[in-house]
Ligand binder design. Structure first.
Ligand SMILES: [Zn+2]
Ligand SMILES: [Zn+2]
Length: 333
């Protein structure tokens, strides 16, 4: 029988549809992949074309002295960099001036690379740039919230092949994040008697073990009990902390290892599907928050949401989280 499971973190109901369930291997994306070259002369993110992007904001270099990861303002920024935040309320209309920050993080000089195949040391550099830019974005008093995300492939919302992620600082606090925060606060004060909802949830998943995908000293990755979609995975730091900006260098090493491991299991097991990942974090000034816990969601784009999800805010997942986790655990490479 199908089950309707509550996702404690998001507050959403998810139908785990065993009626429609497929075996994990049936989710593998069998599509023809064209050969991609290591360098493309017209690509603005390839080495040699640095003048095709706006002025760099940060870079890390490799052993050869050349850049290995760099961040640049997004040429097609969703928000305007210059200007003050103005808020207006006229009748029913509320409007905030569209100022903020939007940068692209170019993850590697190699055009045809993918995160799962990068050396762990290189992924550490990418995660270090995330930290540096997140902290810098929050120094801008106009920024209310910062989100870091990666779109990989057309199904995930990008047509640009060159490996990159994006960071956006918005002048308003997003509704979805507010909802999760409210859920966390309600649990902290009224349900868990002063314990972080996330900390208790992570311990629960670690005790049950059946949905764990990967684990190391400082991080754990699992398919949540009420995963919104097939193979939707969460990576949590074991140490409580509300802001990604407070991650230590040592923890970045652990995160790079587990992120690579999870992405490689997805890459091999599901045959390189398109995916998104998102870093969910509060601001640097809220880093001591007792009730929020930063984490990364990895979302392979192998099914589509449709009218049911739009109309209810509920989800239908056609993969049993326990089976998805076992499948990813057993991937060999
Ligand atoms: Zn390129
Ligand atoms: Zn916590």
């Amino acid at each position: 029988m199908s089950e309707v499971r509550l996702n404690h973190i998001t507050g959403d109901w998810v139908i785990i549809s065993t009626e429609r369930a497929k075996r994990p291997e049936e989710f593998a994306v069998k599509k023809e992949r064209k050969e991609i070259p290591v360098h493309v002369a017209s690509c603005p993110f390839c080495p040699g074309n640095e003048d095709m992007t706006p002025d760099e904001t940060f870079r890390l270099t490799g052993l050869d002295g050349k850049w290995s990861v760099r961040s640049v303002p997004n040429k097609y920024s969703a928000l305007t960099l210059e200007g003050d935040v103005r808020k207006e309320k006229i009748d029913f209309k509320q409007v905030v001036s569209g100022v903020g920050r939007h940068e692209v993080i170019i993850e590697t000089p190699e055009h045809n690379m993918t995160t799962a195949l990068l050396p762990t040391d290189h992924i550490k550099q990418i995660l270090t740039v995330y930290r540096e830019r997140l902290v810098a974005f929050y120094e801008d008093p106009r920024v209310e919230h910062v989100i870091i995300f990666k779109n990989h492939g057309a199904e995930a919302g990008t047509s640009l092949e060159h490996p990159h992620s994006q960071i956006v600082g918005t002048p308003v606090f997003p509704g979805q994040v507010m909802k999760r925060l409210e859920e966390a606060i309600r649990n902290y004060y009224y349900v868990n008697f002063g314990e972080c909802l996330y900390c208790t949830y992570i311990l629960g998943e670690m005790n049950e073990k059946v949905r764990i995908v990967s684990e190391n000293e400082s991080f754990v990755a699992f398919i949540p009990y009420a995963a919104h979609s097939p193979f939707h995975a969460w990576i949590f730091p074991k140490r409580h902390g509300a802001c990604y900006g407070c991650i230590t260098d040592e923890e970045i090493t652990g995160l790079a290892g587990i992120l690579k491991d999870v992405l490689l299991r997805i890459y091999v097991g599901l045959e390189n599907p398109d995916f998104n990942y998102v870093v969910r974090s509060l601001s640097t000034t809220e880093s001591d928050s007792k009730y929020f816990h930063w984490y990364i969601s990895v979302i392979p784009r192998i099914t589509q949401t449709a009218g049911f999800e739009l109309g209810t805010g509920m989800y239908i997942n056609t993969a049993l989280p326990e089976e998805s986790a076992r499948f990813l655990r057993e991937v060999s490479f």
